[in-house]
Design a protein around this ligand. Structure first.
Ligand code: PLP
Length: 420
């Protein structure tokens, strides 16, 4: 009976009968408060909620552009819409190929398919869990038009390398910053190295207005097309009769209500990011060197805004897989889950079975999507355990999280040879 001598040990994990380490709730704050209410009241008192006539969306755009040091920010109603508008503005058309990451939100790939374009998935770097520039380069064909770089978990892609290869091959670099609002790469905010940067303000991101999106560019011609791409290609500078759309675009407008809340949230961004950095950075320092666990590794030059805290189990070194590890951490009271999205995006039926549309020919039908396409990404999803975090987590939360992870890792590491 391997655990008998340890029955009263302080090291015995809660899942095996020990005392649970995290007994108090994690820090939590009211996310929306007086500042948001005040902005909402002002928005309503304008007696218009239309972005062209009100002030809130415009103020949000001006503040976001200024904060990021670029000339133009265009608000819209989701991160998915932001990416779609970027592809439209970039001229992505049926049959074009867009290279992107296999671990991401559907919001990254939905717009590619709606443009009639073909998502091509390139494998990830095992350490940083972001696009491998070598894999991206290997995926380029004469039909490639753009690279859609996903800054997963708030960690920036290797933007220097991606930028260089996009320049070399004359490709559009679009940054999906939906999980990385507030992250920096070599001193610059993410979303400013590519031609276009796309952000999400949905409920689960660093800052939120329920649902919303925002797009950055420094290029005036792109900015003009981005605005049109979020508003039915109606040119609001001219009167109705002259407003004759020249290309296809949806209604992706942000309302003044979203703009009002987003404005109040944007003022809190620096503080939110600062606190996430302190907490996650400290956890990373404290856990460094633990055998059997790969800690989140920021890309060289990146100061992440920490959407989540992703750990990778090394099953051979830890002695258990990510499911067992996650279950043990949950028993200690930590909010963790294994496998993130479960399978690479290309394994979803919409790709594997080419079932995006009920019938008819879509150019992506000629691309084979199957398990095994990106072995590193598949391995990452098998081994990943994600700790949910937010900026209100306290010093006590940090101490207890560290203790819980150390206890579980220590136990499995010490007992892996004794059978079970
Ligand atoms: C959230 C997210 C999106 C989509 O944003 P929505 O606002 O939900 O449409 C796109 N890409 C990534 C990486 C995301 O995390």
């Amino acid at each position: 009976m391997p655990y008998s001598e340890a029955q009263s040990s302080p090291d015995l994990p809660a899942i095996l009968g020990g005392n649970r380490i995290k007994n108090t709730p994690f820090g939590k704050e009211r996310r929306y408060g007086d500042a948001e209410l005040q902005e909402l009241r002002e928005a309503l008192e304008q007696q218009t909620l239309f972005y062209v006539h009100g002030q809130k969306v415009r103020q949000l755009e001006e503040m976001f552009a200024e904060k990021n040091g670029v000339r133009f920010a265009i608000a819209c109603n989701s991160g998915t819409a932001a990416i779609h508008a970027a592809l439209i503005a970039g001229g992505i058309s049926p049959g074009d190929e867009v290279i992107t990451a296999p671990i991401t939100d559907m919001g990254t790939v939905i717009p590619i398919l709606y443009q009639g374009a073909i998502p091509i998935f390139a494998d990830l770097d095992p350490q940083t869990i972001t696009l491998s520039p070598e894999a991206v380069e290997a995926a380029i064909t004469p039909r490639t038009r753009a690279v859609l770089a996903v800054h997963l978990w708030g960690n920036a892609c290797d933007l220097d390398s991606l930028r260089a290869l996009c320049d070399r091959h004359d490709l559009l670099l679009i940054e999906d910053c939906a999980q990385a609002c507030g992250s920096h790469y070599k001193g610059c905010p993410v979303g400013t190295r590519g031609a276009i940067g796309c952000f999400s303000l949905n409920e689960f991101k660093q800052i939120s207005c329920g649902d919303g999106g925002i797009i950055l560019t420094d290029d005036e011609a792109l900015a003009t097309r981005l605005r049109l791409a979020t508003d039915k290609a109606y040119n609001r500078q001219v009167t109705g009769a002259l407003r004759q759309p020249a290309f296809l675009a949806g209604n992706y407008r942000m309302t003044e209500l979203q703009g009002a809340v987003a404005l109040a949230q944007l003022r809190k961004l620096d503080d939110i990011v600062e606190r996430r950095r302190r907490w996650c950075g400290e956890l990373n320092r404290r856990l460094r060197g633990l055998a059997g666990l790969t800690l989140p590794t920021p890309t060289n030059g990146c100061n992440p805004s920490w959407w989540n805290y992703p750990m990778q189990v090394v099953p051979d070194a830890l002695g258990v897989d990510s499911d067992t590890f996650a279950a043990a951490l949950r028993a200690e009271g930590l909010p963790v889950g294994a496998h993130y999205i479960g399978a690479c995006v290309y394994a979803y039926p919409v790709f594997a079975e080419h079932s995006a549309f009920a019938h008819g020919e879509h150019p992506y039908a000629r691309q084979k999507y199957r398990q095994g396409l990106c072995p590193e990404a598949e391995r990452i999803l098998r081994d990943i355990v994600m700790l949910s975090i937010n900026e209100a987590y306290t010093e006590d939360d940090l101490d207890q999280t560290e203790r819980a992870i150390r206890r579980v890792v220590g136990w499995y590491h010490a007992h892996q040879d004794r059978g079970s």
